[in-house]
Design a protein around this ligand. Structure first.
Ligand code: UDX
Ligand code: UDX
Ligand code: ADP
Length: 501
């Protein structure tokens, strides 16, 4: 039992804290890493073979380090008290009420963590912001720490170390990140803290990939990176609508522009909309910060990225309804994929929520199949409103129980259905026996591919009427869409718009 060279404690065993600390523990056998959380079930799951989050390769990393120098515990006070470095990786959801509702980040959990740190610390510590927070949060947190710690000899040095991992590829992203970003104060103590944190990452990451900035730049870089990524998707989604109207193919356009080295090929896939816990939240955060400092034009510029995302989901719902003879009432529609992207069971802000609600608002009976999302999560997501200020709309009307079914088998989900909507890009959807699926469906059988992952030519050969996002329309669809020009009305209430109301 060698004494650890350094002790790290991470508050928050979620999507970010869990995998990040597992990787640090895995790569740094000389450092003791303890992940703490107030959620006992979550900690129990981290200590079992059924981890609380689905992430390819994660279990192997956890198994290699757990019990050696990686631990998961609910004893927050003990481990925070002993740590040299405390990472704070608690949830920072968008506020649902009060000032800034729908936009500002809710820092309740962050502040709670700061108060715990202050109350149990008997030695100086480096405090690392890992969760995405509004710019200048470090400032506020520092005040909470200073005012609540009774021992005047204890010093806190605050660093911002935003995490750029994406869900589904977390292990790959953590093993080989584009960069590690560390923001800190330009003081002697600040520089020393940065060097200490850098030394952790230098166990496996080349020095030239570790970027050091001031605190605010690091915090703002994280918001900007997510806003820019989301903006690329909204830009392509806007073009997908134009492609359908003019006969161009959005995938051909993506490929053509992606070869420009200034643009680059990644993140140009048009889709039914972006989701995930970060993009919308971080943009709303950015918008709120801009408004707070009086930069209304800048706020509106970024807000448009979210409005375009809402427009895309709504457009998709409209496409489904108008293709199916303007009525989906009582028709069974199979939904393939509910997670916000493939290789995750996470549904936070998934476009499937708004699309499904839009379809249900028009009376469809849905049968959802997703390989990783848990049933109760789907019911919960489709049954409740997100924000208090959401106006009463078809979306918030009580949904009859019969409107949502869940299946664990794609073939069953599609049996007797009038249509299939592909909402997540799971690989397995590509390889199904669509002839067999077609044979069991009501005719005409429709497929609406919101991710452009299927072989559309082959599906048309089988007999499907296919809507592929941003692609030239089937002659059948052309006729129907012409008969009913898209109006994009209230199928989905605009979260973004309501903010302004
Ligand atoms: C542009 C496109 O680059 C080129 O592919 C197309 O064929 C014609 O339009 P050009 O207008 O000649 O070319 O110059 P470019 O280098 O793109 O710069 C355009 C403007 O953007 C300039 O005013 C430049 O100063 C500005 N710019 C460019 C910035 O402000 N910031 C940058 O990071 C890059
Ligand atoms: C994102 C950032 O990528 C990551 O750096 C940050 O740390 C957290 O937020 P994540 O939300 O996990 O990660 O997934 P990401 O791969 O970025 O996808 C976000 C959404 O955009 C998904 O709904 C995805 O399907 C969608 N998307 C992505 C597209 O619609 N088109 C694309 O080309 C890429
Ligand atoms: P993220 O996606 O940012 O990782 P998650 O919601 O997945 O966010 O995880 C955040 C975790 O932080 C949750 O498991 C929550 O229980 C935990 N948490 C929040 N506040 C505290 C606190 N004061 N002490 C310990 N854990 C906390």
């Amino acid at each position: 039992n060698k004494q650890a060279a350094m002790k790290i404690c991470c508050i928050g065993a979620g999507y970010v804290g869990g995998p990040t600390m597992a990787m640090i523990g895995f790569k740094c056998p000389d450092i003791e890493v303890v992940v703490v959380d107030i959620n006992e079930a979550r900690i129990a799951a981290w200590n079992s073979d059924k981890l609380p989050i689905y992430e390819p390769g994660l279990l192997e990393v956890v198994l290699a380090a757990r019990g050696r120098n990686l631990f998961f515990s609910t004893d927050v006070n003990k481990h925070v008290g002993e740590a040299d470095i405390v990472f704070v990786s608690v949830n920072t959801p968008t506020k649902t009420r009060g000032v800034g509702a729908g936009k500002a980040a809710d820092l309740t959990y962050w502040e709670g963590a700061a108060r715990v740190i202050a109350s149990v610390s008997t030695s100086s510590k480096i405090i690392v912001e890992k969760s995405t927070v509004p710019v200048k949060t470090a400032d506020a947190i520092e005040k909470v720490l200073r005012r609540n710690c009774s021992d005047p000899s204890v010093q806190f040095e605050i660093l911002s170390n935003p995490e750029f991992l994406a869900e589904g590829t977390a292990i790959e992203d953590l093993t080989n990140p584009d960069r590690i970003l560390i923001g800190g104060k330009d003081t002697e103590a600040g520089r020393a803290a940065i060097a200490t944190l850098a030394s952790v990452y230098e166990h496996w990451i080349a020095k030239d990939r570790i970027l050091c900035t001031n605190l605010w730049s690091a915090e703002l870089s994280k918001l900007t990176a997510n806003a820019m990524l989301a903006q690329r998707i909204s830009s392509m989604n806007s073009i997908s609508a134009l492609c359908e109207a003019t006969g161009a193919d959005v995938q051909q356009v993506s490929r053509a522009i992606g070869t420009d080295s200034r643009i680059g090929p990644k993140f140009l896939n048009a889709s039914v909309g972006f989701g995930g816990s970060c993009f919308q939240k971080d943009i709303l955060n950015l918008v709120y910060i801009c408004e707070t400092v009086g930069l209304q034009s800048v706020a509106e510029y970024w807000h448009q990225v979210i409005l375009m995302n809402d427009f895309q989901k709504q457009r998709f719902v409209e496409r489904v309804i108008s293709a199916m003879f303007n009525t989906i009432s009582k028709k069974k529609i199979a939904v393939f994929g509910f997670a916000f992207k493939s290789d995750t069971g996470d549904t936070r802000e998934t476009p499937a929520i708004d699309v499904c609600r839009g379809l249900m608002a028009d009376g469809a009976n849905l049968c959802v199949y997703d390989p990783e999302v848990e049933d109760k999560q789907i019911y919960q997501d489709l049954g409740t409103e997100k924000f208090e200020w959401d106006h009463p709309s078809p979306r918030s009307a009580p949904i009859p129980k019969t409107a949502i079914a869940i299946s664990h088998d794609a073939m069953e989900a599609a049996r007797d259905a009038h249509a299939i909507c592909v909402l997540t890009e799971w690989d397995r959807f590509k390889n199904y026996d669509y002839q067999a699926i077609y044979d069991n469906m009501v005719k005409p059988a429709f497929i609406f591919d919101g991710r452009n992952i299927l072989d559309h030519a082959k599906l048309r050969e089988i007999g499907f009427i296919v809507y592929a996002l941003g692609k030239p329309l089937d002659p059948f669809l052309q006729k129907h869409y012409a008969a009913r020009p898209a109006v994009f009305t209230a199928a989905i209430s605009h979260r973004g718009k309501a903010v302004k109301a």
